[in-house]
Ligand binder design. Sequence first.
Ligand code: ADP
Length: 445
Amino acid sequence: MSRRTIATVILLATLSVVGVVLTQVLWLDRAFNVQKQEAELHLRQQQQLDKQFNDRVTIALTAVAEKILSINKDPSDLYDAVKQARPNYFAVAINDTVHPYLLEALLRKEFMRRNIVDDFEYGIYDCFTDSVVYGNYVSLLDSTVADTARHSQLLKLDKDGHYFGVYFPRRNSSLWEPKPRSRATWIYPAIVTLIVFGFFAYSLLVILRQKRLSEIKNDFIGNMTHELKTPISTIALSSEVLCEPGIEREPERLRMYAGIIRSENERLRTQVERVLQLATLDRENLALKRERVDLHAIIGEVCASFAVQVKERSGTLGTDLQAQRHTVTGDTVHLTNMLFNLVDNAVKYSPGLVEVTIATRNEGGQLCISVRDRGLGIRREDQRHVFERFYRVPTGNVHNVKGFGLGLHYVQQIVHAHGGTIGLASEPGAGSTFTIRLPINHDAA
Ligand code: ADP
């Protein structure tokens, strides 16, 4: 995927996410407004219903008071006798005695006439003795309910004379307060937005990871083609020389070109071997042989194969083999490749004098093998990546050291497959030490 395609995908994805969020915000705002209007309407309706109820109760209670006075033949004026002390409590000053049963009968009758079917409590007060003279709970719908224990709810008005109070327990005194808003309105859109964001971030991550992988693979293919093409063309040129007529009369030249063909062929073989190593790792199950392997013997072989190369560069390849127990269980071929790759890197990445040491020791029931060089070293930020497949320390466009970025990945996989660990200590300019720890074969003599 090209940079431009990725930028377009990211731009489009960002625009869609911003669009989704904006739409959500707009809808939320609209939903809140509708909810607010509904709440206001509900409140107004409720207030209207309450007002109607209060008016009906006031009229009913005035009628009750008038009846009582007329029964008692009391000529008193009833102006402003009914007072609403709370949304659900009314007090009626009659300044006259009243029989409880008469009061209850009148209240029932007047309430029924005006279609007031709420349960109510009533109480008759004597303000001279400062006490409730009588009280009762009346359920107009269910005549069996009579709960006199609720009398504590009845209020006493701070007023002289007789009066009675009517309390409607089922009417909420806080009816006039607006209802709290439901939270669900914004929770679900918020969750959806979060999911969209999460999906966006994840997709971006996958795209960038794929892009990096494809770049790395392209690099690898370019690198490999270059690495294979050079020896092939050198072999072609040398073989042309060998085909020249009369070459048999120049044995020196003949030997030189034959030597070139052999060494280039060897180079080709190593490169193909590297790619084959990768193919081995890519197979689902790495089929390892489980044989007794003497690591000191392998170190000897690997040193021998590098001896000429190191000597040509006037370097040293030394060993410091201190391990008493140096046998492990594993695959000889892979363990040899593993060591070969480490020593090959140590030589490759020592541009000046080659000074490589392979050391072994026993530590905590394990065999430690370290390969130390005094070469280029690896920066701390690259050390985390060198074991990744295809990773090569960036050197700008100059690639004076050949490679595919597969060697250390292969080494790490082989070490892990043998139940071991690999560590790296390195300092740029001072050199690197790769340390492998493998479990010892305890059956070994
Ligand atoms: P390559 O084929 O590039 O050598 P490797 O997987 O073996 O691939 O190594 C990955 C990278 O780690 C190399 O490109 C190199 O930059 C760095 N590296 C590996 N070994 C050494 C070393 N001994 N000294 C310095 N750098 C090293």
